[in-house]
Design a protein around this ligand. Structure first.
Ligand code: SF4
Length: 310
């Protein structure tokens, strides 16, 4: 890792020490801005589970459909998603205090970042938080796109109350690089899931969001579902694309550059309520049927947002 170590003045961001770092060797992005910050809380209430833990704000994976942009809309206005990360360097210390006084509940790791994005390799914050949560008996639901999470499977091995998930939206590596540029290749994500299962961890895959005409088509779903069957996941989620804060602008940019013929269809699916509802029902039925054919009967779940909005 090369570090240009350009520190921004403390006055510009009171508690932050900024380091401009060349991440091109790691993520394919250039000039990802890293800032070390102090957080006041890390075990936060959530609609996804009882709590979430996010040791980072911002995510180098830079997925085009990521709705976590909303979480940094005030702290990083106008900065391209994927080009900055705030590292909550005191997260383990804060968590160690919080777990002693908060009610035990399920913790989702992570909701607005990938806890195993590249900088976790050196900061090890998510790992330290895992150790604390496991020590205090908090059930965990984990979701990542990074094979770095394999480093921490030693902590999760045969643990009751842990669900380990990996997002996989397509097995097409080229499409994957376009929509999830910083995530590990899909084949490596599958291998990570398999390793987790072999270590006695309950595993799931997150198929979402499925992108209309790209990853929601039979030609994409069948090999993916077959791979999940081979890996032996306990269950899988599907989700649809949601045009939340900043997502449509980002997806539209991608479509304009690579799939301009799909822009009109996406507009209808995202913004015409009737079409959206029909599309949602169709995708649920189609995936359900394909999953049955692949021997994954009864393993499909709708994600939180789909349940709320359909
Ligand atoms: S890995 Fe998750 S949090 Fe990170 S950019 Fe992708 S969708 Fe967003």
């Amino acid at each position: 890792m090369r570090c240009k170590a350009q520190l921004e003045s403390a006055a510009q961001r009171k508690t932050r020490a900024h380091h401009q770092i060349d991440m091109s060797q790691i993520t394919g992005f250039s000039d990802v801005r890293i800032a070390e910050v102090e957080c006041k809380s890390v075990l936060n209430k959530s609609a996804l589970a009882d709590y979430t833990v996010n040791c980072y704000a911002g995510c180098e994976h830079g997925c085009c459909y990521c709705y976590a942009r909303f979480a940094t809309r005030f702290s990083h206005p106008g900065e391209p998603w994927g080009n900055f990360v705030d590292v909550k360097v005191n997260a383990p210390q804060i968590l160690a205090r919080e777990v002693r006084r908060k009610r035990i509940g399920t913790v989702f790791i992570s909701s607005v970042c990938d806890g195993w994005q590249p900088w976790e390799a050196s900061y090890r914050l998510t790992r330290q938080c895992l150790e604390i949560l496991l020590h205090y008996g908090y059930p965990l639901t984990i979701l990542t796109k990074s094979t770095l999470a394999g480093r921490d499977l030693d902590l999760l091995s045969s643990k009751v109350g842990v669900d380990f998930g990996v997002t996989i939206t397509t097995l097409d590596e080229e499409l994957c690089r376009l929509i999830e540029p910083g995530g590990s290749p899909p084949i490596e994500r599958l291998a990570l899931l398999e390793e987790a299962r072999m270590r006695g961890v309950r595993t799931y895959a997150f198929l979402g969001p499925l992108l209309p005409y790209l990853s929601d088509i039979e030609g994409s779903l069948v090999p993916l579902l077959k791979a999940l069957k081979d890996v032996g996941v306990d269950y899988f989620y599907i989700d649809r694309l949601n045009p939340r804060f900043g997502v449509w602008a980002s997806v539209k940019n991608l479509l304009q550059e690579h799939f301009p013929h799909l822009i009109g269809e996406y507009r209808k699916i995202l913004f015409d309520e009737r079409v959206r509802r029909e599309y949602s029902q169709q995708i649920i039925s189609a995936v359900n049927l394909l999953a049955k054919k692949q021997g994954l009967d009864g393993k499909m779940r709708l994600c939180f947002w789909a349940l709320l909005q359909i």
